[in-house]
Design a protein. Structure first.
Length: 241
């Protein structure tokens, strides 16, 4: 991506590159280069603002940015163009010392502090086998807080790893990664008017395995639930009765 700013008769151009870090957790770093072109000059009349050595390093770095890196970034859920609260939030959210139940960084980076507290509140009651009511006002992100809790309880990563884990069993046996049948099942009961809103939010905020037990495919989806192929079941009050 290139940006331009003008100072006097000189035009400064800024070019941004995404740089992959091939560690355990894929991080995407942003590097910036600036160069100067004289106003009114031809395209060939360009003065670089960095040395040949730096340019060689840039070429080496960008050559490592493979299609796989871009695809893995696109597979992160959620992935919005903006809205990250703070760079320090781009880490998983630990809910309890010694527990593997953590909110993945893909979700935590978009949460506000009160939403993190809400998730901890839900999780604390869940851990002690207690029910609870999240009484936030409308519009404060109760759905997101519930989905953050579910992602933690289901050990979601918010990345391509979840896609691998969600593969059908006949494909799981062909790959060396840790494939498993879902061990936990959560039930979400909602009014019909918002049932499919929940479905959309599940698709937006993570790679969840779910079934919508309602409508013409109710029996088919219920069969999937009974076979342990889903982690979350969505249904209505009327169907539950």
């Amino acid at each position: 991506m290139t940006e331009s700013t003008s100072v006097g008769e000189a035009a400064w151009h800024t070019r941004h590159h995404l740089v992959p870090d091939h560690g355990d957790d894929t991080q995407h770093l942003d590097t910036t280069h600036r160069w100067n072109t004289t106003s009114g000059s031809d395209d060939d009349d360009v003065t670089d603002g960095y040395t040949e050595e730096e340019e060689a390093k840039e070429d080496d770095v960008t050559s490592k940015l493979t299609a796989s890196d871009f695809n893995n970034l696109k597979r992160e859920k959620p992935l919005f163009s903006s809205g990250v609260e703070h760079s320090r939030a781009c880490v998983p959210l630990k809910l309890y010392d010694g527990s593997e139940d953590i909110v993945p960084y893909t979700i935590n980076r978009y949460l506000r502090d009160y939403q993190r507290e809400g998730i901890r509140f839900i999780y604390s009651n869940y851990r002690h086998s207690r029910g609870c009511i999240l009484g936030d006002d409308m519009g404060l992100g109760k759905t997101v807080q519930v989905l953050g809790f579910l992602a933690a309880a289901l050990h979601k990563k918010g990345t391509w790893e979840d896609i691998e884990s969600n593969k059908p069993h006949f494909l799981q046996s062909q790959t060396p990664s840790k494939q498993r049948k879902p061990k936990k099942l959560f039930l979400i009961v909602a009014p019909l008017s918002v049932l499919y809103n929940w479905k959309d939010e599940l698709d937006t905020w993570g790679h969840f395995q779910y079934a919508v037990v309602h409508g013409l495919r109710k029996q088919e989806e219920l069969a999937r639930v009974k076979k342990g192929r889903v982690e979350i079941t969505l249904t209505t009050y009327e169907t539950l009765r």
